[in-house]
Design a protein around this ligand. Structure first.
Ligand code: CA
Length: 235
């Protein structure tokens, strides 16, 4: 039998934490609970979770800071994070550069939907990026087998979702991909996210690519493409 996947649940509302643990265990997951930010950072390193379900508003350390520490510790940097947030307008912050969550769910949520999202994120993490040989565009190189992106030869850190979006754009070889296509490639089929989520991820990718971010082009009314063609060709 396959090893049970391990989810670290970080939630300070005890009732909700217990409810989450109950449902996750019922669905076959192993669960570790942390009720504050400090404990969450400790548990992420000690428990070796496959996924972290992270509440944004936490005592001691906010969820943003927990995510940052998880991302900067090499042993946990690649653990997918799903953020729980009470407000839809926090989403920019969550998906954005500073936090690097792979997905988010707004409260109140349906347990069924949350479990589906957890399953999807874990599946993506397991499959990893496509097994294609390295892809290069200008000074940006993707090494799918090592799950690495190099800019001018130096590695940069992308979240799993960002990595898959960038890989999809590179694999498209300059063709435009619609937001719906990008969502499917990056997040798996049937995952309901708003188109704006894709835009927020793309903004984060551009920032991380620095001077090379301009290769990610928004094609108005259609979607995105990655190209080295001069910007003027975009009309
Ligand atoms: Ca909270």
């Amino acid at each position: 039998m396959a090893r049970a996947r391990h989810v670290l649940v970080v939630e300070d509302e005890r009732d909700l934490a217990d409810l989450l643990a109950y449902n996750l265990r019922k669905a076959g997951y192993e669960v570790t609970l942390a009720h504050n930010g400090t404990r969450a950072v400790e548990a992420s390193a000690k428990a070796g979770p496959d996924l972290i379900l992270l509440d944004l508003m936490l005592p001691e350390l906010p969820g943003t800071e927990v995510a940052k520490r998880v991302r900067t510790n090499p042993s946990t940097a690649h653990v997918p994070i799903i953020m729980l947030t009470a407000r839809a307008d926090e989403v920019d912050q969550i998906v954005g550069l500073t936090i690097g969550a792979d997905d988010y769910v707004t409260k109140p949520f349906s347990m069924k939907i949350l479990l589906a999202r957890i399953d999807a994120v874990l599946r993506r993490a397991q499959e990893g990026p496509s097994r294609d040989a390295g892809l290069r565009l200008g000074a940006v190189e993707i090494d799918p087998s090592a799950h690495r992106v190099l800019v001018e030869g130096r590695p940069i850190h992308l979240t799993l979702t960002e990595f898959r979006l960038l890989a999809a754009l590179f694999q498209a070889g300059g063709r435009v991909l619609s937001r719906v296509t990008l969502m499917t490639r990056a997040m798996g089929p049937g995952i309901a996210v708003t188109e704006r989520t894709i835009d927020v991820h793309m903004t984060a990718i551009r920032k991380k690519l620095g001077a090379h971010g301009a290769m990610i082009r928004t094609v108005r009314g259609v979607g995105y493409r990655a190209t080295m063609e001069p910007e003027t060709a975009e009309v």
